[in-house]
Ligand binder design. Structure first.
Ligand code: G3H
Length: 539
């Protein structure tokens, strides 16, 4: 069947029993202070990216709704989190590290039992393919286990004293206070948890707001959170950011903002805090990662990486390759092979075997993508692949645009979707200049073979972006590697071990080495009187 024909009838689909969800899912619960409260106010309808055809028009299926909480509930969540932290005197921040680890392990255990339910909701709520939804879930559980191991390691290194200039000291990391965690719709589970879990395990208390697309998939975890943590340690808020997040920021009582989303929103939030220097920010923002394809690049490998780099989850990844600079001498061959491979991609519903291109969750996203194409066409580019830009409702076949230039919006803006701009270059200074002038500075991919040329690019590029990938697409993982960016792309560094540092601060207990002090310290240790001042070794 031609792609055109397939797209025309794309939403006439049968869903097998295994992937069905019971709709509507009316979520009325929200978790504050260890209790699941029932909301009776306004609700937000949840529209799936999956559509149905009704009276010859294509409409998104309503799969449920969630609470549109008010400022009152947001402030209750803040009170609960602040009370659980209690200026560092609460049960959670003063708990032994080993005990906190047990709570997190219990949570991970409970979470694993919800795998199937959450994977199905990921497909229905954000249109992620079955394979990638499973990957997101499993990667998140793995991240939790790796975080536990990293904390054990960190704790082992701190379970000793240092003596300098006759001063005895024990240095550990302590929590910062109340953390607000907000993840993005493209990794609603994984990226929320890459801040939530390290924040919790370090002894902070948390308010978390799931992304607009990706609320219902957290519902199965509400009970697991409630059972695994003491009251007030994890609290949830839902609703309009202006209503529920604005007052939290303006209260000045948040100690950390962990936000993954756009720099525009991050700037608004930071400005709302009356004491910005008191709030630490951990931000993962936009990017416009370029691929530089050199004259001698292995084109089979390059095309393989270019397709997954640009189009995994329809290009909706901050790390996606979002602009391609191809050496003029191989431009024709690259475009031929690249568009051929793209035309062979499967488009369909998330649960279909081998599917690559799936419906997009954001409202009017296909219109927005089409505007990029029209703007590029107006300034001299064309769509290089036969099916590029074909769309129906929320789904769109990827479009390769060539030749792209600086007059086009897609040259500058992060498209976050299935439109791929390509330029050719003669002089390597052209892509280098683009990177220097870009607002973003996350990663770059270089494709080529000549070691001299590659090395010559690595040295300046590591000072422009934070990861240079060789013959490989850009990506966040492995999660033990640092993930960050320069300019408008990030603030702070995340990785399994970096995140533990980001959500904590070094604190120490110090004493002049007098006999009295030595006796006091020895007795505290011997009788296990303190959870901080301790040489206990976690195995
Ligand atoms: O959207 C940004 C994600 O952190 C990208 O992660 O490279 O593993 O897909 P990924």
């Amino acid at each position: 069947m031609s792609i055109k024909k397939k797209i025309q009838n794309i939403f006439d689909h049968e869903v097998s029993e295994q992937f069905r969800i019971n709709i509507p899912i009316e979520q009325t619960e929200y978790l504050i202070g260890g209790e699941l409260h029932q909301w009776q106010g306004d609700m937000q309808n949840v529209l799936s990216p999956i559509c149905e055809t009704k009276n010859s028009s294509t409409e998104r299926i309503t799969i449920g709704s969630y609470p549109l909480l008010s400022e009152r509930e947001a402030m209750q969540a803040l009170e609960a989190a602040a009370m659980a932290f209690d200026h560092g005197r609460g049960k959670w921040p003063t708990l032994k590290v080993e005990e906190r680890i047990k709570h997190i392990e219990n949570f991970a255990f409970g979470m694993k039992e919800k795998r199937e339910e959450i994977v199905n909701l990921l497909m229905w709520e954000i249109g992620k393919s079955l394979k990638d939804s499973r990957k997101e879930f499993d990667r998140t559980v793995e991240y939790i286990m790796d975080t536990i191991d990293a904390l054990k390691e960190l704790d082992r290194n701190s379970s000793r004293f240092e003596i300098r200039e006759n001063i005895i000291g024990q240095i550990r990391r302590s929590p910062l206070g109340v953390v607000l965690c907000m993840g993005p719709f493209n990794y609603p589970l994984n990226e929320t948890f890459t801040t939530l879990i390290p924040a919790l395990i370090m002894g902070n208390t948390v308010i978390f707001k799931p992304p607009k697309h990706g609320v219902l998939l957290h519902r199965p975890l509400l009970d697991v959170f409630r059972e695994a943590f003491p009251p007030g340690v994890v609290n949830t808020v839902y609703g309009d950011g202006k209503v529920v997040i604005g007052p939290l920021m303006e209260s000045g009582r948040l100690d950390v903002l962990a936000f993954i989303g756009s720099s525009r929103v991050a700037d608004i939030l930071k400005k709302q805090h009356p004491l910005p220097h008191r709030m630490r920010s951990v931000l993962g923002l936009e990017a416009k990662n370029p691929a530089i394809i050199l004259e001698d690049a292995d084109l089979d490998l390059t095309v393989e990486e270019a397709v997954t780099g640009a189009l995994s989850y329809n290009g909706q990844r901050c790390t996606a390759l979002k602009i391609f600079f191809v050496h003029e001498n191989i431009r024709e061959e690259f475009l031929k092979r690249f568009t051929k491979k793209i035309e062979a991609l499967n488009i369909g519903m998330p649960w279909e075997e081998g599917v690559h291109i799936t419906p997009l969750p954001e409202d009017n996203k296909t219109t927005y993508m089409r505007e990029y194409i029209e703007d590029a066409e107006k300034h001299g580019a064309g769509v290089m692949n036969e099916s590029g830009g074909l769309s129906q409702g929320s789904i769109m076949f990827p479009a390769v645009l060539y030749p792209v230039n600086e007059k086009m919006r897609i040259y500058h803006e992060e498209q976050f979707g299935p439109v791929i701009p390509v330029l050719s270059f003669k002089d390597i200074e052209e892509p280098l200049k683009y990177i220097v002038q870009s607002k973003y500075g996350q990663q770059v991919s270089i494709f080529g073979r000549q070691t001299g040329e590659i090395a010559h690019l690595i040295d300046p590029l590591v000072n422009q972006v934070c990861r240079v990938n060789i013959n490989s697409q850009c990506q966040r993982g492995p999660d033990n590697f640092p993930f960050t960016g320069r300019k408008d792309s990030a603030e702070g560094t995340l990785s399994v071990s970096d995140a533990l540092r980001v959500f904590s601060i070094r604190s120490l207990v110090a004493a002049k080495g007098s006999e009295l002090n030595k006796e006091i310290i020895t007795e505290i240790l011997k009788e296990n009187k303190s959870n901080f001042l301790s040489t206990d070794f976690i195995f």
